[in-house]
Design a protein around this ligand. Structure first.
Ligand code: ADP
Length: 242
């Protein structure tokens, strides 16, 4: 089997009060898998995502992402790790409203010290393929929710991360924009991008995840192939994903 992109082994995260937010979770994600993480509010989904991204440290167990032991990194190492290996997409986009669309997308490359010409080429390519090139000079506040999420996806893919993490990416969108983002994630998966999506949106899981992991009370209670109900392809090509 190929080297996993994510390997969690016996991972727990406890707070001083209450039961463990995550309780001895072991999970392996292979390259190219698209995994949906489902579970009720408070079940530990965000905790899981933050542990994978190196934003939290586990109180027990090991977290390895693309060959890096994330759980032992210090603050600077953890930030470097995220710049190189993780793209993140959030429910409320987290774009910088006083930067243009193009500058938002360029930001991760600048932070990683990528040369300006190469970064501009990559940004232009992503904006084009994601269908938002005409908004390159606009400010995010002028865009619809679906367009903003496309910008956020472009930014997340800027440094060609081996892993894309999405936290309720359709949670703040109307149904048409939600469908748009579902198709986009499905296309990225078809192009080989490894994706973990935390969601309440069953149709998102069905549209873009090959595997569904259910969490309850900090434990994995189900881990199975996602039943597919929608066609696996759409008109958009996202061949620049990797
Ligand atoms: P989900 O994303 O599924 O809604 P979370 O990962 O946010 O769940 O939370 C899992 C559990 O951990 C919840 O019971 C929550 O109250 C608890 N929790 C999360 N963050 C903290 C914290 N900083 N201090 C104490 N408990 C926390």
């Amino acid at each position: 089997m190929a080297v996993p992109v994510i390997e969690l082994s016996g991972v727990s995260r406890r707070y001083e009060e209450g039961p463990a937010a995550l309780d001895e979770v072991s999970l392996t994600v292979a390259p190219g898998e698209s995994v949906a993480v489902l579970g009720p509010s408070g079940s530990g989904k965000s905790t899981l995502l933050n542990l994978i991204a190196g934003l939290y440290r586990p109180t027990a167990g090991t977290v390895t992402v693309d060959g890096t032991r994330v759980d032992t990194l210090g603050e600077a190492g953890s930030a470097r790790f995220r710049r190189a290996k993780i793209g993140m997409v959030f429910q409320f986009f987290h774009l910088l409203d006083d930067l243009t669309v193009a500058d938002n997308v360029l930001l991760p490359a600048e932070m990683a010290g990528v040369g300006r010409a190469a970064a501009r080429r990559r940004a232009a390519e992503l904006l084009d393929v994601l269908g938002i090139a005409r908004h390159a000079r606009a400010y995010p506040g002028r865009l619809s929710g679906g367009e903003r999420q496309r910008v956020a996806v472009a930014r997340a893919l800027m440094n060609r991360p081996p892993l894309l993490l999405a936290d309720e990416p359709t949670g703040a969108l109307d149904s048409a924009s939600g469908e748009d983002v579902r198709e986009l994630l499905n296309d990225l998966h078809a192009d080989g991008q490894t994706i973990v999506t935390v969601t309440h949106d069953l149709s998102l899981a069905r549209a873009c995840a090959t595997r569904t992991v259910e969490i309850a009370d900090g434990r994995v209670v189900a881990d199975r192939p996602t039943p597919r109900t929608t066609p696996a392809t759409s008109a958009t090509s996202t061949a620049v994903a990797r």
